[in-house]
Write a protein that binds this ligand. Sequence first.
Ligand code: NAD
Length: 497
Amino acid sequence: MKTIQHFVGGKAYSGDSKRTGKIYNPATGDQSAQVKLATTEDVNKAIANAKKAFESWSNTPPLQRARVMFKFKDLIEKNSDELTKIIVSEHGKVYEDAKGSLTRGLEVVEYACGIPQMLKGEFTENVGSNVDSWSIRQPLGVCAGITPFNFPAMVPMWMFPMAIACGNTFVLKPSEKDPSCSIRLAELLKEAGLPDGVFNVVNGDKEAVDALINNSDIAAVSFVGSTPIAKYIYENCAKNEKRVQALGGAKNHCVVMPDCDLDQAVNGLMGAAYGSAGERCMAQSVAVAVGGIGDKLVNELTKKVESLKVGPGMDKQSEMGPLVTKEHLDKVRGYVDIGEKEGAKLVVDGRNFKLQGYENGFFIGGCLFDKVTKNMRIYKEEIFGPVLSVVRAKDFDEALQLVNDHEFGNGVSIFTRDGDSGRTFSNKAKIGMVGINIPIPVPMAFHSFGGWKRSLFGDQHMHGPEGVRFYTKLKTITSRWPSGLRSDPEFVMPTMK
Ligand code: NAD
């Protein structure tokens, strides 16, 4: 059985732990590997390596750091097929989708290549007579990233390229369900010329996470995962005086207006609800049918959900792969049971989906509920599977109210042909990322990614300009050089006369 190790100080590190986790091939249900689960000592060793590497890396000119990013970008492109296959083998999503997610991560590396420009700072000559002032951004120290299973390449790459380019060193704790991609990225960074110890990976579970958030040498923590854990990370990092950004769960709505292009809305919803088997934080799990469009929308969706091609991620015909683990499959099936009991109308039932030759794979077919109401658990809670709930709303105001009353605020979209509806919606929605006739409004790398309400704890979103702000401290320097004239002591607050 293959054992996945940690990556510390520029090489594989087996650590002290006897504890391991199981890695599965979700398409077959077979265990494919085991992963080491780090002890506190293992994590401390990684942090010590990162702390030592910070001394010289933080003093390395931004242009040289950028050159490592350029080489890393090149290596990701050259190895994209291998990286994509790793994602498919441990996560289960279909090949092209996995490749797309890798590209979205690569785009952050491309953005990080421009770090010298972003760290230029600001200068004002003569803030006072013969006094100059300038602001610079300096790295924080050792930063940690704790990431979820659903994007094993992209989400870590929202974090570490920005952190490293800004001059920090990094310890990544990827999901213990699909850790291999992070290890491969660490090897590629080394090949790109990154000095040993600047980027480290520790595999593990709660013990490793607690070791990171309790270690006083960790300056900042970036977290992405479910809301209860995001809140735990946020609270404990704040208690331990760390900078923190903790992104949580979601329940993204798609508001379908009666005047929309229905084909566009249905196709958008199909990809957004069932792509990656609904295991996306930007998946759309609620369709809000406004006015009289509900029946037509449900009819069109039904045909498409029933004909979804579900199969292994490496099969080119597959539109949707399996779920990540048996436990997760049971959880998603359980939610469909709950929805039925709550009185929602189960229009398409994928619970008993079986695929010949893959009987033990973690597959479920697409599920579609109609007549879902706001008090039901299947509406309130994140299912994180291929289950779409249709809610009926009498008008735009009621639809907007639903969106704004929900505890999560990650993404939302509206399908309409009316500019006023689109503009008013984007203005009034209490949500971090809004799409107008765009089903999954994930911001590009040079903007920033993040939700509102209980989808993000902290102040800064990820990557883009917010990433530079998160991974640097602002310092403002004010200076005067003595001239021939000597002044007397001043006892009052200096102001401009
Ligand atoms: P998760 O919260 O179970 O795990 C995330 C990370 O936290 C993992 O590294 C895991 O090892 C660690 N962890 C789990 N339990 C812990 C505990 N008790 N104490 C300390 N650490 C713990 O999330 P997941 O199931 O891997 O991922 C799915 C979730 O992530 C969904 O809720 C999804 O919406 C969310 N997500 C959010 C975004 C976003 O941008 N907001 C992006 C991707 C995923």
